[in-house]
Design a protein around this ligand. Structure first.
Ligand SMILES: *Cc1c(COP(=O)(O)O)cnc(C)c1O
Length: 362
């Protein structure tokens, strides 16, 4: 079989051991003689999977018991609508901290439902982009919540500081960073993430929400986006995406086995550090994000001679390094190195970067 390293931003690569387990289970899950795709979400076996996956996630992220975990549909985009629909009242104001593409998209969606204040937190000094510290965010006095995105998947900009804003609910779109590093759940009122970046495959969306926010809303909300309805049906209001849930559960087990979030965070820091070192130590590659805001998940860079970007991507692919092209709004190169990307994949990419540099320098 052809073996590649897949740097796709999402859906992205899964741990090999997880794929092999899924392969072994495929026709005969839990010795039922059928696949997990073909059984009822209300069967004893699937209900056990649900229970175990919740417990595993709770353990991995140290989620306190005054928080509920919901599994739902619609991806992160679904949550862009669900968050304001569920959590605002008539005449509410909300704050959206914008640090890139996805946080801006979330704000645009919110505008449909309530007064949405945009807070731009990106600044540039000597052409280097950075995120201004949370204490300087221009938060409104009367906003119901503050929404932000700790990892901008396209720009490769991360906010590692966990926002502490007095008397504000903090809401985070963690789609491309959940499970990649230790976070303090207590600092947030609601966290959501679609699965296809760092958790499993597309289809399922995870919400971690403070229980006090699960009260019935007065707003007209489609039931499948209504947190209260999802909670009251134990995340089975309508048929879940069995396979995506199952794959996520295998990823949780894999993470526990390799040592949990603290361990994977160390590996992620190491992987990204190696890549940024190669970028910074050359006059050939460039990344213009301040060191403290560089993503450990999505390492973006360009070649100084931008005419070579596409050639880089093409030649990389011939060397079995896949999907390095960044989103068209950003251009250039993006190496998405989520939890499942082994250190070896990063080393292979670095080797290729050094080779390419040598070949095309001067
Ligand atoms: C991918 C991504 C999204 C969009 O996710 P969907 O599941 O396609 O809706 C939103 N936010 C972030 C940070 C992302 O990385």
């Amino acid at each position: 079989m052809k073996y590649i390293y897949n740097f796709s931003a999402g859906p992205s690569m899964l741990p090999i051991s997880v794929m092999e387990k899924a392969h072994r289970d495929f026709r005969n899950w839990c010795n039922l003689g059928s696949s997990v795709l073909e059984i009822s979400h209300r069967s004893e076996e699937f209900l056990k999977l649900i229970k175990d996956s919740k417990n595993d996630l709770r353990e991995l992220l140290n989620i306190p018991y005054n928080y509920e975990i919901l599994f739902c549909h619609g991806g992160a985009r679904g949550q862009f609508s669900a968050v304001p629909m569920n959590l605002t009242k008539k005449n509410s104001q909300v704050d959206y901290v914008c640090s890139g593409y996805w946080s801006t998209k979330a704000a645009e969606e919110s505008k449909k439902y309530c007064q949405t204040n945009i807070i731009n937190v990106i600044q540039k000094v000597n052409n280097i982009k950075y995120v201004i510290p949370c204490q300087k965010w221009n938060i409104s006095l009367n906003s119901d919540y503050v929404h932000y995105c700790p990892n901008e998947t396209i720009e490769g900009i991360a906010i590692y500081e966990e926002p502490v804003l007095k008397n504000k609910h903090i809401i985070g779109d963690f789609s491309s960073t959940l499970l990649s590093r230790v976070i303090d759940i207590k600092k947030y009122s609601l966290i959501y993430a679609s699965a296809q970046k760092n958790i499993g495959t597309s289809g399922i969306t995870i919400i971690i929400i403070k229980k006090i926010l699960l009260q019935k809303s007065k707003n007209l909300i489609p039931s499948i986006l209504d947190y209260n309805v999802i909670y009251n049906h134990d995340s089975l209001f309508n048929t879940p995406t069995n396979f995506s849930w199952y794959l996520s559960s295998l990823v949780f087990q894999w993470l526990k086995k390799i040592g949990g979030i603290k361990k994977i965070e160390e590996i992620n820091i190491e992987k990204s550090k190696l890549l940024y070192q190669v970028i910074d130590s050359s006059n050939f590659y460039k990344n213009s994000i301040s060191k403290k805001n560089r993503s450990h998940m999505n390492v973006v860079f360009k070649l100084k001679n931008e005419l070579l970007n596409n050639l880089f991507i093409k030649e990389a692919q011939l060397n079995n390094l896949y999907a390095l092209k960044n989103h068209k709004i950003a251009g250039g190169i993006r190496a998405s190195i989520y939890n499942a990307m082994p250190l070896d994949g990063v080393k292979k990419l670095i080797k290729f970067m050094l080779y390419f540099k040598k070949k095309y320098s001067e």
